[in-house]
Write a new protein. Structure first.
Length: 291
């Protein structure tokens, strides 16, 4: 059973009919075709000059500008060719229909290729990232090293090069860590209930203020975040330049425990405390045996 049924007959091109039309070309039709060709070329050049100026003022990537110009240039010249053939008296209706079917079959055969091209155009147009940005796409984290019309290359932390198809990339959630010039760090340490709250707050604030890379013109947020079953959770937020983010993050992580130890603050971890009453006698009664 066929999957696709055509409701209309597929148009065909009769070679004998085209030959007959060519034989009927007159001098006046040739003159009209030459005039049409000259006018078409001049119009294409004028339109391309306007297009070049518009693209030069845009913020589109160079590769996308070239692709847009090439596609529009080819389309305008193809339209000019159709007009010249019509001026010669050649019927192009069937020819256009056949070319449309050929183009449809070609697009279906090249579906993945065209999807990657469309994804590349979307990336160039929206610019969610640029070369050198640190991005997170799914479980892939790394630096963008190359963007082309088909693939985007990301160099990961362990120096792997990941080639992501643009058709897949545009459907993912992209987290760009370099878009903004400033970023906020957040830490959530937990301490014992025995540690004085104000002492923990002052210690956390001292850790943040002790790093000169932390921006002092923005508030340093230090507060109790949550009272847990066996610990108190605190939150420390501070701002820094994007390029200083990871340096400050690891330095603060390295300094947290030594600083808390020096201040006598206990960092909690999952454990279980068992309390036994002093005068409680265990029940050692043995149940009577059944007769």
């Amino acid at each position: 059973m066929p999957l696709l049924r055509l409701t209309e007959p597929v148009p065909t091109v009769d070679p004998e009919e085209i030959i007959e039309q060519v034989k009927n070309i007159t001098a006046s039709s040739v003159f009209a075709a030459v005039i049409t060709a000259v006018i078409s070329i001049l119009v294409v050049k004028v339109l391309l000059s306007f297009l070049d100026r518009a693209l030069s003022r845009s913020k589109l990537d160079t590769s996308l500008r070239k692709l847009i110009r090439t596609l529009l240039r080819a389309g305008m010249y193809f339209l000019g060719l159709i007009l010249v053939l019509r001026a010669l008296g050649i019927d192009v209706t069937s020819l256009v229909a056949v070319l449309s079917l050929v183009g449809l079959a070609f697009s279906l055969a090249m579906q993945n290729f065209l999807s990657n091209v469309a994804g590349g155009m979307q990336i160039f147009a929206s610019q969610p990232f640029k070369i050198g940005d640190w991005v997170e796409v799914g479980d892939i984290v790394g630096c963008v090293t190359e963007i082309d019309m088909f693939y985007t290359k990301i160099n990961t932390i362990d120096n792997r090069v990941v080639n992501l198809p643009n058709s897949v990339l545009v459907t993912q959630t992209i987290s760009n860590r370099n878009t903004e010039p400033f970023r906020q760090l957040e830490f959530r340490p937990t301490t014992s209930y025995d540690a004085p709250v104000q002492l923990v707050l002052d210690t956390l604030r001292a850790i943040a203020c002790g790093d000169p890379r932390v921006l002092t013109d923005r508030d340093i947020f230090v507060h109790v975040s949550k009272y847990g079953d066996s610990s108190i959770e605190y939150v420390l937020r501070m701002w820094c330049k994007t390029e200083d983010y990871w340096g400050i993050y690891f330095d603060v992580m390295d300094a947290l425990k030594p600083t808390f130890d020096a201040a006598g603050i206990e960092i909690t971890y999952p454990h279980l405390n068992v309390h036994i009453a002093e005068n409680a006698a265990p029940n050692l009664a043995v149940p009577a045996k059944e007769k």
